[in-house]
Design a protein around this ligand. Structure first.
Ligand code: T46
Length: 134
């Protein structure tokens, strides 16, 4: 049984100096973080992603600016907006995802459960349906 991608909030530790938000493997992130990358400087009108994964679980946080994510797990489609550094999306491998409507200042932080492996990607939508629509 696959887990369901979902939004969760990360606690903000703020004081008069400003805000601080903490990410900890296996504590508020449900896996060991093996890789971190961030997407920024995205040109206007760009849509990226267009894939699902076999194994990699990820958490997406827009630490600055905002963007939207289209999710499709073959049984339901939904759109989520990432518009706060305390709002996180757990992106399960079985969700075909597309990221779009990036604000010019958007920095999308991605935490991944696996090292980069091109073979973990399913970049063909028909193949994705074959793998996940059971
Ligand atoms: C995802 C979404 C949210 C690497 O060499 N190593 C890496 O760890 C990553 C993430 C990418 N790359 C290379 C592969 C491509 O030649 O960087 C290039 C751009 O990656 P990609 O076209 O896959 O980028 P997105 O924005 O479509 O997808 C990325 C992640 O790849 C993916 O895991 O779920 O962000």
């Amino acid at each position: 049984l696959q887990n369901e991608s979902s939004i969760f909030n990360i606690k903000e530790l703020g004081d008069e100096r400003g805000a601080l938000t903490v990410i900890e493997s296996m504590n508020n992130i449900p896996f060991d973080i093996k890789r971190v990358f961030y997407i920024y400087g995205t040109a206007s009108g760009i849509r990226r992603g267009f894939h699902a994964h076999h194994k990699t679980r990820q958490v997406l946080i827009s630490v600055a600016g905002k963007c939207k994510v289209h999710l499709d797990n073959t049984k339901r489609k939904k759109e989520v907006e990432l518009d706060s550094p305390t709002k996180a999306l757990i992106l399960e491998p079985n969700d075909w995802h597309e990221m779009y409507d990036f604000s010019p200042d958007c920095v999308l932080l991605v935490l991944a459960s696996e090292l980069y492996q091109a073979e973990d990607y399913i970049r063909n939508y028909d193949k994705f349906l074959e793998v996940y629509s059971v």
